[in-house]
Design a protein. Structure first.
Length: 98
């Protein structure tokens, strides 16, 4: 398994990645590409690009729960890529108003 942190609330001085109080991981496991959460904004897309990680051919998007710091970047992701074949793993009401 390979785990890449696309966004969280920490940044390193010697790396020029953006951070926010949110969470997004890119996981490669058994030849599958998994995006776990999308952070609060589109910052995870910027960081993925800086890390030379393409999110264009994801097998799965997993959303842990419906808080905006874990699902807020989903709209930006769907505007950037055609992910019709990507499977979404989340509970059915995850994006309902809270």
């Amino acid at each position: 398994m390979i785990l890449n942190i696309l966004v969280d609330n920490n940044t390193f001085i010697d790396k020029y990645f953006l951070g926010e109080p949110a969470l997004s991981y890119f996981i490669e496991l058994n030849n599958k590409k998994i995006l776990f959460n999308t952070g609060y904004s589109d910052i995870f897309l910027t960081n993925a690009s800086k890390m030379n990680i393409s999110l264009a051919n994801l097998d799965y998007i997993v959303l842990s729960h419906g808080h905006s710091d874990h699902t807020g970047g989903l709209k930006s992701l769907l505007h950037k890529y055609n992910l019709e074949k990507t499977k979404l793993i989340a509970y059915p009401q995850i994006l309902y108003p809270k």
